[in-house]
Design a protein around this ligand. Structure first.
Ligand SMILES: N[C@@H](CCC(=O)N[C@@H](CS)C(=O)NCC(=O)O)C(=O)O
Length: 248
């Protein structure tokens, strides 16, 4: 018997939005559960034991089966549901290229999230401090990543070919947060015209803007100097730290 999928996520999270968009784009029914990351519900031992030892979202539950890490969730969905082949590739080579992007993304562009996190969220967790080194590190990774994306988009309209794939959703939602926090602006788009054209094209897809609404609001609040109320004292963007120093 098929059970309804449960999708545990938070709308401000980049990888969560990528999976959410995939679910909506391919019309897979699911029940959503928003995990309160702002108060650290994801760090409760019971949460980690039941869902994900790393305490991170997104998480997908299919009956008793639990899977985490956005790309693993996406590939599982592709195995289980009949999706148009452009999302994960039709041939061995197309599939490998999409996998290649997903691995690169996790180890590189995703780490650039530190630019957004330390510019806007860190202060809401640990108060005003000098986060300039962390911001600079995130910014360096983001800039370098944009150069790669620009190159990959020279001959292709999408990151892994002439059709949209899951790779595009991952990259797109990463950049949406940087746009929301005004980390990315006109100067960056001018330097990366292919990325800009691709970004605008994906923004026109019906689910792109609704899924980005909350992070755009959060970004606007922070730019206006308003705090985001959170009670957690631990990083929301693990892996972006300069060192594993505790800030509390
Ligand atoms: N590599 C993971 C990254 C997931 C991730 O960074 N999740 C963040 C939200 S954007 C999270 O759950 N942070 C909470 C925490 O680390 O406590 C994936 O792609 O799923």
């Amino acid at each position: 018997m098929n059970s309804t999928l449960r999708y545990l996520h938070h709308p401000t999270s980049q990888p969560c939005r990528a999976i959410n968009q995939l679910l909506l784009e391919v019309d897979i029914p699911f029940e959503e559960e928003i995990v309160n990351l702002l108060d650290g519900d994801n760090e409760l031992p019971s949460f980690k034991e039941k869902y994900n030892p790393t305490g991170q979202v997104p998480i997908l539950c299919d009956g008793d089966f639990v899977i985490w890490e956005s790309s693993a969730i996406a590939f599982y969905l592709n195995e289980k549901f009949d999706m148009p082949s452009h999302w994960f590739g039709a041939t061995a080579q197309q599939k490998a290229i999409i996998q290649q992007y997903c691995h690169w993304h996790t180890s590189y562009l995703r780490r650039g999230a530190g630019a957004f996190f330390y510019s806007h969220f860190a202060e809401c967790i640990w108060g005003k401090r000098d986060y300039s080194k962390e911001i600079a590190k995130g910014r360096y990774i983001l800039d370098d990543s944009l150069n790669y994306l620009e190159r990959w988009l020279t001959n292709n309209s999408y990151l892994c070919g002439d059709k949209i794939s899951f790779a595009d959703l991952l990259a797109y939602h990463e950049l949406v947060s940087h746009v929301a926090g005004e980390i990315l602006g006109n100067e960056d788009w001018q330097k990366h015209p292919n990325v800009k054209q691709w970004f605008d094209k994906i923004s026109e897809r019906p689910h792109s803007k609704p899924l980005s609404e909350m992070i755009m609001q959060v970004g606007a609040m922070r730019i206006a100097g308003e705090p985001i109320p959170m009670t957690r004292k631990t990083s929301l963007a693990k892996g972006t730290e300069l060192t594993h120093v505790e800030y509390n």
